[in-house]
Design a protein around this ligand. Structure first.
Ligand code: C5P
Length: 222
């Protein structure tokens, strides 16, 4: 069983989700459920289905609000669903991230900090009043997250080599097999390259579902 790859279940209905789940479930342990699926009509059913199958869920809801609201949101979510990972923007600040990470630990949920959305360019940051260069900003956010007790961060493959922060789990999206197109991802790396560059875990969507899951076993040497 592969325990270092999150399958990104970016689907909008239960039938498609189940069909794609069946292709990979014999080898994949971790499943990422994000806006598209969670907010769809199938959201609650998918969460219960994955839990019934004994799979671990990464709920990618990228929380960002005042500390009390984030904390209460986590408590309400956890009362209804079982999940093991939840994302929140590091830019929510110290109080929110610290309390979320602490509450997460009590509830068996690891909080993963979103460093910086990869869709933001230097111009976008400038227009929001952020003039720090990209790598310094990412490094600062990861260091802060580690200080605040946040167990993991989501960071792009490109930043893995530019920013070296130990003591925090690094989870990397933007993964493609060599022969696959990048789609809308700006920069991509293969699973093996991402691990070689320091990723601890990966998020894989389109490339994973395009090929038999055995290809991933081969790529990882398992
Ligand atoms: O299909 P693909 O492998 O590109 O999917 C990547 C997944 O990782 C998607 O669910 C996407 O939302 C997520 N993600 C990303 N880049 C980030 C953060 C999350 O691609 N910076």
């Amino acid at each position: 069983m592969i325990e270092k790859i999150f399958a990104a279940m970016d689907f909008s209905d239960f039938e498609t989700f189940e069909k794609e789940f069946n292709k990979i479930s014999s080898h994949i342990e971790l499943f990422k459920v994000g806006y598209q699926l969670f907010y769809s009509e199938a959201g609650a059913r998918v969460m219960d289905f994955l839990d019934d199958k004994g799979k671990k869920i990464f709920l990618d809801l990228k929380m960002n609000d005042i500390p009390n609201t984030m904390l209460k949101g986590l408590t309400s979510l956890r009362k209804r669903f079982t999940f093991h990972y939840l994302t929140a923007h590091i830019s929510s600040g110290e109080a929110a991230m610290r309390s979320l990470a602490t509450e997460g630990r009590q509830l068996g949920v690891e909080i993963l900090g979103v460093t910086l959305l990869t869709s933001l360019s230097a111009d976008d940051l400038h227009s929001m009043g952020i003039d720090k260069d990209h790598s310094s900003l990412i490094r600062r956010r990861i260091e802060s997250a580690a200080d605040w007790g946040v167990p993991g961060v989501i960071m792009s493959a490109a930043d893995l080599t530019a920013v070296d922060v130990p003591n925090i789990i690094k989870i990397t999206p933007g993964i493609r097999y060599k022969e696959d197109s990048a789609d809308d991802q700006k920069r991509v790396t293969t699973p093996a390259e991402a691990f070689a560059n320091g990723a601890d875990m990966l998020v894989m969507g389109r490339s994973l579902f395009k090929h038999p899951v055995e290809k991933l076993l081969k790529e990882l040497g398992e």
